[in-house]
Design a protein around this ligand. Structure first.
Ligand code: HEC
Length: 133
């Protein structure tokens, strides 16, 4: 009797262990650095330029590679009194409000929230001075 219970326990621990390993392998997130060039490649090019580029850019915000920096840093947002990106202060940057869907505004991208590590990379880039790096 005790032996049976022991075997069952052993088998379930074995299964639990394997399952845990599979999940951690599957949860590998895409890597991103807190620099403008990495954010440009991973975030803006992949999730934003389809709407935010060219003369007819949505919200008058062009996020294509040649324009993103000059359209964001120290530029007043057209929808609020905040700067789109206020260097050193991600909390007061309208770009972050839109990425996290704060203040009831439409979240960006509208199809659904970015992976958390992408949002954190943008926050860190801003908090470290929003350099053209
Ligand atoms: C499907 C189209 C679409 C996509 C994709 C999209 N946006 Fe937008 N975005 C809009 C529209 C339309 C507006 C203007 C209306 C509004 O403010 O909601 C806007 C407005 C904004 C604004 C406010 C601009 C201002 O100064 O008022 C920001 C910031 C923004 N988007 C950032 C992003 C970012 C960053 C991405 C990618 C992660 C993104 N958007 C992806 C359609 C899109």
């Amino acid at each position: 009797m005790y032996f049976k219970i022991f075997i069952m326990l052993f088998v379930s621990i074995l299964f639990w262990h394997c399952e845990k390993n599979i999940t951690t392998q599957c949860e590998v997130q895409p890597t991103i650095k807190p620099t403008l060039s990495s954010i440009q490649t991973e975030v803006f090019n992949g999730y934003c330029v389809s709407c935010h580029s060219g003369a007819a850019a949505s919200g008058n915000l062009d996020l294509s590679p040649a324009s993103a920096y000059s359209n964001l840093v120290n530029v007043p947002s057209s929808a609020s009194s905040l700067m789109r990106v206020l260097p050193g202060n991600s909390d007061q940057s309208y770009l972050i409000k839109r990425l996290i869907g704060a203040d009831g505004e439409l979240i960006m991208p509208p199809a659904g929230r970015l992976p958390q590590n992408f949002i954190e990379a943008v926050q860190q880039w801003i908090d470290e001075g929003a350099k053209n790096n």
